[in-house]
Design a protein. Structure first.
Ligand code: NAD
Ligand code: UDP
Length: 391
């Protein structure tokens, strides 16, 4: 293999990476990329390995799986010490948990991450920590009165106001959360505090860190399909919820009318950005990065419409006559749910430091993702749906 060069033209030396949460959605794609395109070694830490099973027989043996729960396992420090870089992806990160399991959410996103930060700091190891775009919370624009002249209604499902009121910038946007009784914000708040702690470790103790704020990364292997490879009553993130509805030929549920807006980025584009961070430490040290695709903005309702159309194309089945239904957030998520209204990442910093920008359109990423969902799950769903129920 020819020596690979970093963005400054220097050869990249092979390193060992301790990847915590490697068995999840993002971890599985990152492991795949590292094994296929780099000489690096991965110590993959998780409690599950189903999503990386296919990689564990890698002929060069550059990935080792360590089944451990970082909450209470003394082996963690040794693995971090053996590595040049630690990437922490471990988290409870599905909105259905934030208001129903707020304690687990706060422990997972703050308390459980503390030893990881401490071991990196004490042992002089680099840390790439996964935070979230949710640390921004709600946009300033969402607080403009409905009839304010800065808020222009474009159609029944979209409003427009000046970018200063919604564009999310790492170094200048405020973090705006709802009241404590809206437990939705337990996740965002825990993530914000761990970001502040990591930042302070950098400032006071010289920790070499990078913080990643993903903006709705989606693609194959995201979450689970309830009743197939996850609990029947489980509520995954929107891609898997809508995929499940489409596979079962039931209407897609629009929470509070599906008016919230999101920007979706293809997992494979986002992983390119993470690889650049891994291999260009001098350019990313002490930085916080938005990683998303500002060009792929839709309301959740529009997402449902596009997914319905794309799924019909990839499955060959006609769309349902009534493709969506509205449900209240109270009914869908329970007490204490709240929502981010709009999330558009400012891309200035990642562009300047790494020259990265996303490439894949929403249409293309849904084409490939829903083709995967259909191939992976359609038969299993049919079998599950025709199974006689116990009397
Ligand atoms: P995921 O749930 O698929 O992966 C997380 C993995 O961490 C899981 O495999 C889980 O088993 C593991 N894990 C959790 N607690 C653990 C523990 N105590 N010990 C060992 N392993 C543990 O989630 P993901 O989408 O891959 O997200 C990864 C990270 O990125 C998370 O920190 C999440 O908050 C952040 N993030 C992701 C998105 C996105 O769009 N996917 C958006 C915002 C933030
Ligand atoms: N949502 C929805 N129907 C579903 C699942 C989610 O309308 O079946 C909405 C949810 O209320 C939110 C958006 O889709 O407005 C994105 O939800 P997701 O779970 O992906 O996480 P978030 O982007 O809020 O972190």
């Amino acid at each position: 293999m020819e020596a690979r060069l970093d963005l400054d033209g220097k050869p990249i030396k092979p390193i060992t990476i301790c990847m915590i949460g490697a068995g999840g959605f993002i971890g599985s794609h990152l492991c795949e990329k590292l094994l296929a395109e780099t000489p690096h070694t991965v110590l993959a830490v998780d409690v599950y390995y189903d999503k990386i099973k296919h990689l564990l027989e890698h002929p060069a043996g550059r990935i080792q799986f360590h089944r451990l729960n970082i909450k209470n396992d003394p082996r963690l420090e040794g693995l971090i010490k053996m590595s040049d870089l630690t990437i922490n992806l471990a988290a409870i990160c599905t909105p259905a948990d934030y208001n129903t399991r707020p304690l687990d959410t706060i422990y997972s996103n703050f308390i459980d991450a503390l030893p990881v930060v401490r071991y990196c700091s004490e042992n002089g190891k680099r840390l790439i920590h996964f935070s979230t775009c949710e640390v921004y919370g709600k946009t300033i624009g969402s607080f403009l009165p409905k009839d304010h002249h800065l808020r222009k209604v474009l159609s029944c499902s979209s409003t427009f106001y000046e970018p200063d009121f919604y564009l999310l910038k790492e170094d200048s946007s405020p973090c705006i959360f709802g009241p404590i009784e809206k437990q939705r914000w337990s996740y965002a708040c825990a993530k914000q505090l761990i970001e502040r702690l990591i930042y302070a470790e950098g400032a006071e103790n010289g920790l070499e860190f990078t913080i990643v704020r993903p903006f709705n990364w989606i693609g194959p292997r995201m979450d689970f399909i309830p009743g197939v490879d996850g609990p029947s009553e489980g509520v995954p993130r929107v891609l898997a919820c809508f995929s499940n509805n489409l596979l079962r030929r039931e209407p897609l549920k629009l929470v509070d009318g599906g008016q919230s807006q999101r920007t979706f980025v293809y997992i494979k584009d986002a992983i390119e950005a993470v690889l650049l961070m891994i291999e260009n430490p001098a350019r990313v040290n002490g930085q916080i990065f938005n990683v998303g695709n500002p060009n792929n903005e839709v309301t959740v309702k529009q997402l449902a419409e596009i997914m319905t159309e794309v799924y019909s194309k990839v499955s060959g089945e006609p769309p349902l006559e009534v493709p969506t239904i509205d449900v209240s957030s109270q009914e869908f998520y329970g007490e204490g749910y709240d929502d981010s209204d709009k999330r558009i990442p400012d891309m200035t910093i990642i562009n300047r430091q790494l020259g990265w920008s996303p490439k894949t359109s929403l249409q293309d990423l849904l084409d490939s993702t829903l083709t995967y969902q259909h191939k992976t799950y359609a038969e299993a769903i049919k079998r599950a749906m025709t199974k006689p129920t116990a009397t």
